[in-house]
Design a protein. Structure first.
Length: 606
């Protein structure tokens, strides 16, 4: 949630911060603001709405400075407005603060500060931080912040400047990501890497509790005990151009079309000389030891987990359980040293997933993170990490991160099956060949989008609809339904195909759209029977199935065919038309597809 950018150096801070915020607007876009120090004064400008509103406002203002902090907001406390926008500041304009996260005890602190005579001008929790630092300040900003942190409860990434310290930025993090970019005679802070790639690929990923002091030519980092520490410099492998649209009208469609390449790179990362290798993650003794696998995630990653559960059961014969991260640690999960717990998160910063991971570790489980972001918090907290090779994913609605997560879980299932002696090397090799065929089959779907555009034309004026499927197709239906909700605002629900008739079929009336995923050959006859039940009540049926499935084509109003593939891996083909359908429907409705309302890319609050 929210985007933070800070700059100190030889360049113009306003320009650098605004350019960085543009790259982070996917993290929050209901308001934006900037603070710079100029002529020993802090100058702050903030605007409700998209970043462009702030940029237009600043066009004729002189904010030239060598130091500045900025923020794009995703509201948690207080409605989107100019006054609730960040940066927040003290009444005497001596301190400015940008914040990502939630201060859980802000109400108590606010009451105490009001009693001391402090006046509040916003409804946010963040303003408390500025006044709290001010109340402690005795001439040393770093010392005041460290003392203030002892009084804060909750999650935060903070960037702080003070008018009396025009040559330094202080920053810190707890449960919210913060990265430091190392430039030449300039340094930066940001809540995500894309904001700083134009200026440097060398970064520090701050760890929980770290506090850093930045000047133009130096970075000092202290751990939570205030002991100076050396963090490893990480070099970002992807570049600034990869984080731009590359000729596509939106990031989402660019990322949909990048899936064949992302899948190939993810496969190549784990397959060497035709053999799957996870030896860096799991030893053979550990594989023999585990009697249960938990997969824990949120949203789209949870749906990837459901696909992983199916593959683990079908291929490996391993008992597995998939849980929503926000529920996991409150359900007293049965976890011990014989449990393998896998945590899936695109950003590696999903707070609910991180909290669940810590719970599993505390109970003795071996933990593995599956994430797309090197150096993310989840990759540091887990015992081992498996990286997807999706590359930067900017659109809020996840596409290529999802398919690469599914690939990783399917590869892991094959690996475990072979190590346990459940399948032969020859069978594993056949599975690998099937997975390598996925990219070309996806390209075929991407080359034939006209039928999907026609379905989108029908969908754009609908207010409600259903997605159904049986077996693993139901998990694909869940993901398709979520995509439609996320970026078109059309209310859809997903059901197992046989469950719709147990009550919800009462909502079917002439013209109600029902998207059917029918890829499982052993369940096809039953799925077609469910289609007929819906057709008899006037539903408009859109079916995704194999091109060869004539039975499904005959009973459907719209038919979207995909290539032939093993049932287990068919989910990778079936999801592509569903991603495209939500994208084109959103476009036809005139919605900003990359920045859907109320959503943010990285959910770092509970």
């Amino acid at each position: 949630m929210c985007g933070i950018v800070g700059y100190i150096g030889k360049g113009d801070a306003k320009t650098v911060v605004l350019q960085g915020l543009e790259k982070l607007e996917y993290r929050g876009y209901d308001s934006a603001g900037i603070a710079v120090i100029k002529d020993s004064k802090i100058m702050i400008e903030k605007k409700k709405g998209k970043l462009k509103n702030l940029e237009n406002h600043l066009e004729n203002l002189d904010l030239e400075s060598h130091i500045g902090i900025g923020h794009t907001r995703w509201a948690t406390h207080g409605e989107p407005s100019d006054r609730n926008s960040h940066p927040h500041f003290t009444e005497d304009m001596s301190i400015a603060v940008v914040h990502n996260g939630i201060i859980e005890n802000y109400a108590t602190l606010k009451s105490e500060l009001i009693q001391k005579g402090y006046n509040f001008t916003s409804d946010t929790d963040t303003e408390v931080v500025a006044h709290l630092i001010h109340s402690i300040y005795e001439g040393d900003l770093f010392s005041a912040l460290t003392k203030a942190l002892k009084l804060l409860r909750g999650s935060y990434a903070l960037g702080v400047i003070h008018k009396d310290f025009p040559n330094e930025i202080i920053c810190t993090r707890k449960d919210s990501p913060l990265v430091i970019g190392l430039g030449e005679n300039e340094n930066l802070i940001a809540s995500d890497v894309p904001a700083i790639l134009k200026y440097t690929k060398n970064v520090y990923f701050l760890e929980d509790g770290d506090i850093a002091r930045l000047t133009a030519d130096n970075v000092e980092i202290f751990d939570k005990t205030l002991v100076p520490v050396e963090r490893e410099i990480k070099v970002i492998e992807w570049d600034y151009e990869q984080a731009t649209k590359g000729g596509f009208p939106h990031f989402m469609i660019k990322e949909i079309f990048e899936q064949p390449k992302s899948i190939e790179e993810t496969l190549n990362r784990r397959i060497h000389d035709g053999i799957i290798d996870f030896s860096d993650v799991l030893t053979e003794d550990e594989i023999k030891k585990f009697n249960m696998i938990h997969i824990v995630a949120c949203g789209t990653a949870y749906h990837a987990g459901l696909q992983g559960q199916y593959a683990l059961r079908e291929i490996s014969g391993v008992n597995s359980l998939v849980e929503i991260a926000s529920e996991y640690r409150y359900m007293n999960p049965f976890v011990d040293e014989n449990t393998l717990a896998i945590f899936v998160s695109q950003s590696g910063e999903t707070l609910d997933t991180l909290a669940a991971l810590k719970e599993a570790k505390a109970r003795g489980a071996k933990t593995i993170a599956i994430t797309n972001v090197v150096g993310s918090t989840i990759s540091r907290e887990a015992h081992k990490t498996i990286y997807t090779m999706a590359g930067p994913e900017i659109a809020v609605a996840s596409t290529k991160a999802y398919t690469t997560q599914v690939i990783i879980l399917q590869l892991l299932s094959i690996y475990l099956a072979e190590k346990k002696g459940r399948i032969s090397k020859e069978k594993a090799s056949d599975f690998i060949k099937e997975l390598y065929s996925v990219s070309e089959k996806i390209k075929t779907t991407l080359d034939n989008v006209d039928i999907i555009k026609d379905v989108a034309e029908f969908m754009k004026d609908k207010h409600n609809g259903f997605y159904i499927g049986r077996g693993v197709d139901f998990a694909t239906a869940l993901e398709g339904s979520l995509k439609m909700k996320e970026i078109t605002y059309i209310h859809t629900e997903a059901f197992p195909a046989g469950e719709l008739k147990h009550g919800s079929i009462a909502l079917i009336e002439p013209g109600t759209p029902v998207v059917v995923v029918a890829m499982q050959t052993n369940l096809l006859e039953k799925t077609i029977s469910n289609i007929k039940e819906l057709k008899a009540r006037g539903a408009h049926i859109v079916t995704v199935a194999r091109n060869s499935c004539l039975e499904a084509k005959e009973v459907s109003d719209e038919f979207i065919g995909v290539g032939e593939i093993d049932d287990v891996f068919s989910v990778l083909l079936a999801v592509i038309p569903l991603q495209l359908l939500s994208y084109f429907t959103s476009i036809k409705k005139g919605i900003d597809v990359d920045k859907p309302r109320n959503l943010a890319k990285s959910v770092t609050v509970e």
